[in-house]
Design a protein around this ligand. Structure first.
Ligand code: ZN
Length: 256
């Protein structure tokens, strides 16, 4: 189990992270390359990202942008902007491919193809990985370790503390067995701290929640961690960059 060493007087580490998927979100697993869905992806690059970067700048916040390399190849300028403004680039697949739907060779090829784009376009090699769809194939953890990532942020065995992910051996009729834990540090994600299920309409997913209710959920989880989890972490994901509308600019994060 990893333990954070926070600066004196600080109780919880907060990452208002962004999964900047843009058009790749609609390619990788949704398979919706139509002009309408590409326009939704264009919105993220043209409108959502400038808004969220302006908000972060106004509050002096630096964050992590888990960005598929397809997004970098399609919208390099806005990616250069977040790099120049001191944010971290995280690996998030090439075209937001769903790792459970591809073989090991393809998963590895796309991982390396993305590394090439990050280097060629942004001169960066990410040290953090977040899997598209927050899903893992049986090969993903091995590939994350082999690729030299220092941390992963895709899994959910804890909520408010970092940990080392287990390799579970799944046995349908005998009970599962925990295998050796990874050396990779896991910064856990949570669908409750993601704006996509709550806000995005996809046809199959209703989204469109009341933003007051979304903000209350985010505050409730933060408040619990702040009060009850020593040296905790609170990692959000704003894949559609629409959560910015639920985040009032005057909210006074405790302990900031
Ligand atoms: Zn994503």
């Amino acid at each position: 189990m990893g333990t954070l060493k926070l600066p004196a007087g600080k109780k919880i580490a907060v990452n208002l992270g962004v999964d900047f998927d843009a058009q790749s979100l609609w390619l990788g697993g949704f398979n919706r390359p139509s002009p309408s869905y590409m326009s939704r992806g264009e919105f993220g690059a043209a409108v959502g990202m400038p808004r969220i970067l302006d908000l972060f700048k106004a509050h002096g916040i630096t964050s992590t942008f888990f960005t598929p390399a397809h997004t970098v190849d399609t919208f390099p300028e806005i990616c250069r902007r977040f790099m120049e403004e001191g944010h971290e680039l995280g690996h998030h697949g090439y075209y937001h491919e769903n790792p459970t739907l591809i073989g090991r060779e393809t998963e590895k090829r796309l991982l390396d193809l993305a590394f090439k784009t990050y280097k060629d376009q942004l001169g960066a090699r990410p040290v953090g990985y977040r899997s598209p769809y927050w899903d893992y194939s049986d090969n993903t953890l091995d590939l994350v370790e082999e690729s030299g990532f220092l941390y992963d942020s895709s899994l959910m065995a804890r909520d408010l503390v970092p940990y080392r992910p287990q390799r579970w051996q799944v046995r349908w009729e005998k009970g599962n067995v925990a295998g050796p834990a990874s050396k990779v540090l896991e910064i856990p994600v949570s669908w409750y701290l993601d704006d996509f299920p709550a806000l995005a309409y996809t046809g199959a997913q209703e989204g469109m929640s009341d933003t007051d209710a979304v903000l209350r959920r985010w505050k409730d989880i933060f408040d619990y961690g702040y009060r009850h989890v020593p040296n905790g972490i609170y990692a959000m994901a704003l894949p559609d960059a629409r959560g910015v509308e639920a985040m009032p600019s005057d909210y006074n994060w405790p302990g900031k």
